[in-house]
Write a protein that binds this ligand. Structure first.
Ligand SMILES: *[C@@H]1O[C@H](CO)[C@@H](O)[C@H](O)[C@H]1NC(C)=O
Ligand SMILES: *[C@@H]1O[C@H](CO)[C@@H](O)[C@H](O)[C@H]1NC(C)=O
Length: 545
């Protein structure tokens, strides 16, 4: 992101109330071992997602990284809500020295909170030139990791990895982490140095004296779950996770349940209190919403607040989304049955459906807002003779002309050749990105034959990255004011292998001088190169569909 944009976010964050600004939160990903959608931009993607992030609300997945990848953008991460996956990398180190706690709210292969797999090559053919170290993860260096609340550990096929077998994993597993699986192989192709003599016990995350494992559970006096030493007075408060610097619930390294302004609590203060004298429910001025493992005065942007005081991305059953005057959105109980809604892929009866096809497209006719996502895949336009689904026709896509909002993502990897743009979505204003493709992308356009975007009403991507790549004819990607569409500092446009910009200037757009468009009142950006608009003179020169 450009410097100016960073400044803007910095200012924004400084204006937020403490507690919101104190911790930098990011979303994480959900790709597992799938190859990156765009290898060219993969490292860039991770950098945008994690730069400055302290708390990963989802999973931290680091996969397929080349030996020379610089990963310093990971070094602020302290907490991961889901799982950590480090797989198929050739980097020798992953700088997660500040990571304290993995909560395991999602697990890898249903069992693992930490999985480290296939980081390096056993094969002779991959042997590097003489004198160079072979690629692959050498040490975990997770020197601050002292808590896994749920799930086990899987470490396999890392030929260069040392010290994983010295770690006392039972000390890291929380006492209520029921029977975590532990599968750790030590099949390696190099000899390991011993732990540093500075370590009290021969347990370490790496060779250096800073990488000794610090024990916060197995060394405690009886009756305490975490401690900072063996004495009974070293016990941590019961609301602590990972460890502590003192006995109080404000001395925790991480919170077991919720962080309320630096104090670890079992619950966030309720939004409503009950007055037993007057028999009345009163709004509680000290009330807080729960957001991940913290208490917040208001839900972060793009999250919906619920009556029960949580921040969510999808309203619970029998609730509907309502927008307040200030633009914040919340879930409200429907007094009658909820009004019928248009559901997209991934929701309700379309939960398991992969793509928009001729079998389901009529469901979207007349919809202004779709709850869920839309995906157009080659199978959409190829049809499926086996299930008697004919190919989707270009004209059928006109059902989307009424669409203004998608709560999930928009993913397009196939599109009719007869359409030069995506103008069937010309009224689409907002892609919320409350559900993201691969857990990362709110807008993906890949491998299409379109020449320009035609998303002339698009004003907001509420969350998530935009990935626009391998569209050999596509121009005008960079005239879109992406920074105005994005709502948080972890969003960015990732692009590669679209039509080279210098070629774009010389073709059909040649007439389309920005000044002409501006004087005609057409806003800068993607809507400037738009067929079917009479506002901008130059547009009449664009070949019509
Ligand atoms: C609680 O949150 C505050 C920011 O609001 C942060 O400074 C503090 O380190 C957090 N404490 C714990 C134990 O996570
Ligand atoms: C250990 O690695 C060798 C190759 O170096 C391989 O043949 C063997 O199957 C591996 N053993 C295990 C238990 O993974």
């Amino acid at each position: 992101m450009e410097l100016a944009a960073w400044c803007r976010w910095g200012l924004l964050l400084a204006l937020l109330p403490p507690g919101a600004a104190g911790t930098q939160v990011c979303t994480g990903t959900d790709m597992k071992l799938r190859l990156p959608a765009s290898p060219e931009t993969h490292l860039d993607m991770l950098r945008h997602l994690y730069q400055g992030c302290q708390v990963v609300q989802g999973n931290l997945e680091l996969t397929y990284l080349p030996a020379h990848a610089s990963l310093s953008f990971l070094q602020e991460i302290q907490e991961v809500q889901g799982y950590v996956l480090i797989a198929h990398n050739r980097v020798s180190q992953v700088p997660l020295q500040r990571l304290r706690i993995v909560r395991g709210t999602q697990l890898f292969e249903e069992h693992y909170a930490l999985a480290v797999l296939d980081n390096g090559d056993f094969l002779e053919s991959a042997a590097p030139a003489a004198g160079m170290a072979p690629g692959g993860l050498q040490e975990l260096q997770l020197r601050s990791l002292t808590e896994i609340l749920k799930g086990g550990v899987l470490i396999q096929r890392n030929p260069q990895l040392c010290h994983q077998d010295t770690i006392l994993w039972e000390d890291i597993f929380h006492k209520n982490n029921q029977l975590p699986l532990k599968q750790i192989d030590t099949n390696r192709s190099r000899a390991c140095a011993p732990c540093s003599p500075a370590c009290k016990a021969p347990k370490c995350w790496g060779e250096s004296p800073e990488d000794c494992q610090s024990l916060t559970r197995t060394v405690c006096a009886s009756g305490c779950a975490r401690c900072k030493g063996p004495q009974p007075t070293d016990c941590c408060h019961e609301q602590c996770a990972a460890g502590c610097t003192g006995p109080k619930h404000s001395d925790c390294l991480a919170c077991l349940h919720f962080n309320h302004s630096g104090i670890c609590e079992l619950h966030c203060p309720a939004l409503v209190t009950y007055n037993t004298d007057t028999f009345e429910s009163m709004p509680n001025p000290e009330g807080r919403y729960t957001f991940g493992a913290s208490c917040v005065t208001a839900c972060p942007y793009n999250y919906l607040s619920t009556d029960v005081g949580s921040c969510t991305l999808v309203c619970p059953l029998n609730n509907q989304e309502v927008t307040a005057e200030d633009g914040t959105q919340r879930c409200e109980k429907c007094s009658k049955p909820c009004a019928p809604a248009c559901y997209g892929l991934g929701m309700e009866h379309l939960r398991e459906v992969r793509a928009v096809t001729s079998a389901n497209i009529q469901e979207f006719a007349g919809c202004k807002k779709i709850f869920g996502s839309l995906a157009f895949l080659p199978e959409s336009f190829a049809g499926d003779p086996d299930s008697n689904i004919p190919p989707l026709q270009a004209e059928q896509l006109q059902v989307f002309e009424s669409l203004e909002e998608i709560t999930g993502y928009l993913y397009i990897s196939a599109w009719p050749d007869s359409l030069p743009d995506l103008s069937v979505f010309q009224n689409l204003r907002v892609i919320r990105g409350r559900v993201l493709h691969d857990g990362a992308y709110s807008l993906t356009l890949q491998g299409l034959g379109i020449s320009w975007l035609g998303l002339r009403s698009l004003r907001e991507l509420g969350s998530g990255l935009a990935l626009i790549h391998r569209n050999a004819r596509l121009c005008f990607v960079h005239t879109v004011p992406w920074d105005q569409l994005f709502q948080n500092p972890h969003q960015a446009l990732l692009h590669s292998a679209n039509r080279p910009e210098d070629e774009c200037g010389k073709t059909e757009s040649q007439c389309c001088m920005l000044t002409v468009c501006q004087s005609a009142g057409v806003p800068r950006g993607l809507w400037r190169q738009q067929s079917g608009t009479s506002l901008c003179m130059c547009l009449s020169q664009v070949p019509h569909r």
